[in-house]
Design a protein around this ligand. Structure first.
Ligand SMILES: NC(=O)c1ccc[n+]([C@@H]2O[C@H](COP(=O)([O-])OP(=O)(O)OC[C@H]3O[C@@H](n4cnc5c(N)ncnc54)[C@H](O)[C@@H]3O)[C@@H](O)[C@H]2O)c1
Length: 378
């Protein structure tokens, strides 16, 4: 597949390769003399494809380091450990640091690489759907700090991002759903016919999953069955990943430093962050994918109340998300969500940039206070 490029003006500043197999990765590393790999330790253990890559890198004599990919470990200490390890291993200005893992790993490795020796080159091999369609594209790097997510970071583009959907074979269901929600979000921003294709794909996966669970005659979802269900349909996912990457690469090319259009990628996230922080506080365990899905429904409802969208859009999105196993009942009343939204760092000066869908594939940004938004939704 032709690379998907990110541009600054007419200059290509990052390339994304979406490939069915991992064989071509070695070729993309050819031009780099000193490669260093930083990998999520769990991925090294659980993902056979990533293990194969690590064996290939071993044979090339590439030094490797394992990191822990949790939000707690996504901090300056880990970044300092990565920098210390690079120093101990003689990494110089000509180094290429390859991150293998999900968004936590690519964010941390991108950050460490962007400050080590005032910046060395880095590349990503994302291993979650979320990082393939979102986190590993666009050059945002960072760590959590002071109780806030991604408070410290830089914007610096990877040399390239190598996406191989085969790595998703070992991805747990919850992590897949986080990526699926972000993929639908991307197509709600820019559709080109992919939103409904993605929903149809998710519906087929859901039907397969339910059939496999029913076979076992227990009446509950068995998430351990998810990887085999997904593996059978991964080939259908590849073009959707490529389409989502194209949308994000286009937005980043037009607004690398988030002065305008790039904000659209936050669709649903103001509500989602509030739900996630309440879930954290009350130990309800609502994961990112379900929070983003609810966030998109609230954004659509708000668009309807502001008469930006035709009545019925929110209900249609809700139905799509439900049939894709992405919808849950929100346990939090709006007033409680308002409290959490006011604490969001992005709402600090009163107004929040709400990203609102006018229709599938067309969103607009509207500045409202939290009280205005919640008042309209009540
Ligand atoms: N830089 C950006 O633009 C951007 C955008 C969105 C999100 N993010 C960040 O991304 C992070 C979330 O990333 P994520 O959801 O991709 O994943 P993650 O790195 O949080 O990984 C999720 C879990 O899946 C495991 N895992 C990863 N790949 C696997 C595989 N192939 N098989 C089995 N297990 C696997 C990990 O070990 C981890 O336990 C957040 O910290 C968020 O802030 C960054």
């Amino acid at each position: 597949m032709e690379p998907i490029n990110i541009y600054s003006g007419s200059e290509v500043i990052s390339r994304i390769y979406v490939e069915e197999g991992i064989e071509t990765l070695e070729g993309y590393l050819e031009g780099y003399q000193h490669v260093f790999v930083v990998m999520d330790g769990e991925v090294a253990m659980k993902c056979p494809v990533a293990y194969e890559v690590s064996q290939m890198l071993n044979r090339r004599g590439v030094p490797g380091m394992l990191v822990e990919a949790t939000e707690e470990a996504k901090c300056m200490d880990t970044v300092m450990n990565i920098c210390g390890w690079l120093l101990d291993n003689g990494a110089d200005r000509d180094a290429l640091v390859l991150a293998i893992g999900g968004g936590i790993t690519t964010d941390m490795v991108g950050f460490a690489s962007s400050i080590y020796k005032r910046g060395v080159r880095f590349a990503h091999m994302p291993t979650t759907l979320l990082s393939q369609v979102d986190a590993a594209i666009g050059g945002k790097t960072g760590v959590n700090f002071g109780g806030y997510k991604n408070m410290l970071g830089t914007i610096r583009q990877p040399e390239f991002t190598f996406i191989c959907p085969q790595v998703l074979e070992s991805l747990p269901m919850e992590a897949f759903q986080a990526g699926a929600a972000e993929m639908l979000k991307t197509f709600m921003i820019e559709d080109n016919g992919h939103y409904h294709a993605a929903v149809d794909f998710l519906k087929r996966l859901t039907a397969d999953f339910i059939a496999v669970c029913e076979d076992d005659s227990t009446l509950s979802y068995q998430e351990d069955k998810w990887p085999e269900v997904l593996a059978a349909r991964l080939h259908e996912l590849t073009p959707l990943i490529a389409a989502a990457v194209r949308v994000k690469a286009g937005i980043v090319s037009r607004d690398q430093f988030e002065n305008g259009e790039r904000r659209k990628l936050n669709l649903g996230h103001t509500f989602a962050h509030a739900i996630e922080s309440l879930s954290h506080k009350y130990h309800n365990d609502i994961d990112h994918g379900h929070a983003v899905a609810l966030g998109m429904v609230y954004a659509a409802r708000l668009a309807e109340r502001l008469e930006l969208a035709e009545p019925g859009l929110a209900a249609a999105i809700e139905r799509d998300l439900d049939e894709s196993l992405l919808l849950i009942i929100n346990p939090y009343p709006l007033e409680r969500m308002a409290g959490a939204m006011r604490k969001d760092k992005k709402a600090a000066d009163g107004k929040v940039h709400f990203v609102l869908p006018r229709s599938i594939g067309d969103v607009t940004v509207q500045d409202l206070t939290v009280d205005e938004a919640i008042g309209l939704l009540s």
